[in-house]
Design a protein around this ligand. Structure first.
Ligand SMILES: Cc1ncc(COP(=O)(O)O)c(C=O)c1O
Length: 410
């Protein structure tokens, strides 16, 4: 069965498709999974070769010739995309570690004994919170009231009070792509003296983010999804005033003002993004991270967002016409770059495996469904193709080939 090709009248001129050649995987694959791992830019081959050449020819001198500062140099490139001033963004291995670094900055013995989170929180962040917060701290979770598509903003705002120390909160929910009104959350938190740690992994690179305009205390995100920067590229933005005051306990010599004095004494912390670093950074990741970040800067997130709103609307229209349940917000202003589909609750996981077997790459999340995540390099045809492929898979029963057990590997 195939659906009639339809393009909403608002479809933008698709000059962004000119970027397709920069991403090798797109020539063989309908790649609709940029919410998980963005497509690799061709330039990464050159970048990693440059890393190997530098190591091979400069050896240890590479530290002084660029590697020592590379972390914050790449951080500045990310910062330019998210409205952060230079010297405020550091790169880290993953969000779990970056959250741990931030949690290690706070004093839990004071009068504030409450941390407010929402039920759409990414589990790894929750595990770190549970592991690091002392038992007398109340972890107050605001629940979704619609099965996980959204979280009620009013409940979050109500929960943040004068007992609240921290508000570690998602900017965009990973299951449904619901965009939280983080401006309102930050305003309430600041009014009562609480600090907000935003997890913007599903925001950066697909919706415009301006950490300065938001007056965000701390903003975490990663380049591996919508920024096409590959694994090992998570960033931590800290508001300039926090860079001079907060004191990470999870720290190391990279954060010291005089690392090469090798003083075994109280650490003298730097007043810039290095303050949040610890030990020797993973230099190869930084080389791999750069090309994707450069491309996103060139493409410009506002252009990406415009196209994304068009393609997610098209996807929802086609999915509804085909009778699939949609577990993402209908209001485009509240929806990030992903549309989560539940074509058949009994076999959506198996359908997702068959899609991947057919080279239509998506993923599946329990309590949500099949996440379809077009990016600036996807064509409208590829949107039609995924919906048609799901219909075929249901009709021909080929999903049954995958009904042997749920491995949940990606
Ligand atoms: C919102 C969010 N936070 C964090 C993570 C991952 O955390 P980590 O970088 O520790 O693997 C993900 C992974 O998809 C995520 O969606």
């Amino acid at each position: 069965m195939s659906l009639e090709r339809r393009t909403p009248p608002s479809a933008p001129e698709d000059s962004l498709l000119a970027w397709r050649d920069e991403f090798p995987i797109l020539s063989q694959t309908n790649y609709l999974i940029s919410n998980s791992l963005g497509a690799m830019p061709r330039r990464v081959y050159d970048s990693l070769r440059e890393y190997a050449d530098t190591w091979a020819t400069r050896g240890v001198r590479a530290w002084g010739e660029g590697w020592w500062d590379m972390n914050v140099r790449v951080g500045d490139k990310v910062g330019a995309i998210i409205g952060a001033p230079p010297g405020t963004v550091s790169m880290h291995q993953n969000i779990s570690i970056a959250q741990g670094i931030l949690l290690s900055c706070f004093d839990y013995d004071g009068p504030r004994n409450k941390v407010v989170i929402e039920s759409g929180i990414f589990p790894s962040v929750y595990y770190v919170l549970r592991g690091m917060l002392p038992s007398h701290i109340e972890l107050h979770m605001v629940e979704s009231e619609d099965g996980g598509i959204t979280v009620p903003l009013e409940r979050i705002i109500e929960a943040i009070d004068e007992h609240t120390l921290l508000v570690p909160i998602s900017h965009v929910l990973f299951r449904s792509a619901y965009i939280l009104d983080v401006q309102a959350i930050i305003e309430k938190a600041h009014a009562v003296g609480a600090t907000v740690i935003l997890d913007g992994y599903h925001a950066v690179g697909i919706i415009p983010v301006d950490v300065t305009a938001l007056n965000a205390d701390f903003y975490l995100g990663g380049v591996l999804k919508w920024m096409c920067g590959g694994p090992g590229g998570v960033f931590l933005y800290a508001r300039p005033d926090h860079l001079k005051t907060v004191r990470p306990k999870l720290t190391g010599w990279m954060a010291h003002k005089r690392p090469f004095a090798f003083e075994v004494d109280e650490i003298d912390l730097r007043d810039d993004a290095f303050r949040f670093l610890n030990g020797t950074p993973a230099i190869p990741s930084l080389y791999a991270n750069e090309p994707g970040v450069d491309i996103i800067a060139q493409v410009v997130v506002e252009n990406i967002r415009r196209k994304s709103m068009h393609q997610t609307a098209l996807l929802i229209a086609l999915a509804e016409e085909a009778g699939f349940k949609v577990n993402s917000p209908r209001d485009p202003a509240q929806r990030g770059g992903t549309v989560t589909l539940e074509p058949n609750p009994a076999c959506s996981y198996e359908i997702s495996r068959e899609l991947i077997a057919r080279n239509v790459v998506v993923d599946y999340r329990p309590q949500a469904g099949i996440r379809v995540s077009p990016h600036f390099y996807n064509s409208d045809d590829e949107i039609h193709q995924v919906v048609e492929a799901i219909q075929e898979i249901i009709e021909d029963g080929s999903w049954r080939r995958h009904a042997t057990g749920r491995a949940f590997v990606t």
